[in-house]
Write a protein that binds this ligand. Sequence first.
Ligand code: CA
Ligand code: CA
Ligand code: ZN
Length: 293
Amino acid sequence: MLKHALATTALALAASSAQAITVEFDYSYDTSGFFTSAHKSVMNAIAGEFGTQLTDSLAAITVSNSNIFQPEVGLITDQSSTLAPSQSIPQDTLRIFVGARALGGSTLAEGGGGYSAGGSSAFIANLNNRSQALPQGVDFGPFGGAMVFDTGTSWYLDDNVATVESFGGFDFYSVAIHELGHVLGVGTSAAWSNQISGQSFTGAAAVASYGGPVPLANSGHLDKSIKSTFMGNMQEPALTPSITAGQRKYFTELDWALLSDVGWQVAAVPEPETWAMMLAGLGLLGWRLRRQA
Ligand SMILES: [Ca+2]
Ligand SMILES: [Ca+2]
Ligand SMILES: [Zn+2]
């Protein structure tokens, strides 16, 4: 009996020790104060969701006087280049700079990544993919990236992204997870572009999920007509090129498959109960933080 109990405990520990990634959103370039607590609450929910689903081991980036790493945040400042101060990033952590400006036209947001660096060859090599699988171009391992949102858009800020209600304006959650998909390599990495054939994406996980090569709208987005599943419901994936006012998108099975194909270790797509528990846990954490503040 004792032996059985021990074995059960060991299994439980192994199951719960699946490594999660820390997704950090850095607001230091949000100079206009676009991000209110309501915006940050949505971003925190996304950080929890993606951090739980992605289980890669990402090597730390450790700067020194001679090893310099500066994230590119020109996407936010609207300059051809604005380099953040040289900075270290802990292991298993993604740091994503977020900000806002008037993007013009019908653009709701943009996302991507880039950096400037100098130092030893080992330091530079680590920046390429943070100890992910070689050869280069199959397993994307970024430091994080940058995302910018339009200041002229009427945004809907959902205080519980697990529930879908009727709303006006554009859904901030839906747009943010779309841009995060780009930051994580969809349309922005060699691991992505290496798997495009003609007008289709041919990654194995995506092909299995969709049932064949996946039609693309352009080099970074799924065809608008595609549907995939989220919690058993067929709906438009996050990574089609557009969204309408009042529409909620989620990261569907196919969206996660795209991330898997560019090298992310994606935990099993959450069942409805897990999803609800995960968000309930986040809500509780928020409540506890507020109580302490
Ligand atoms: Ca809701
Ligand atoms: Ca990986
Ligand atoms: Zn996009």
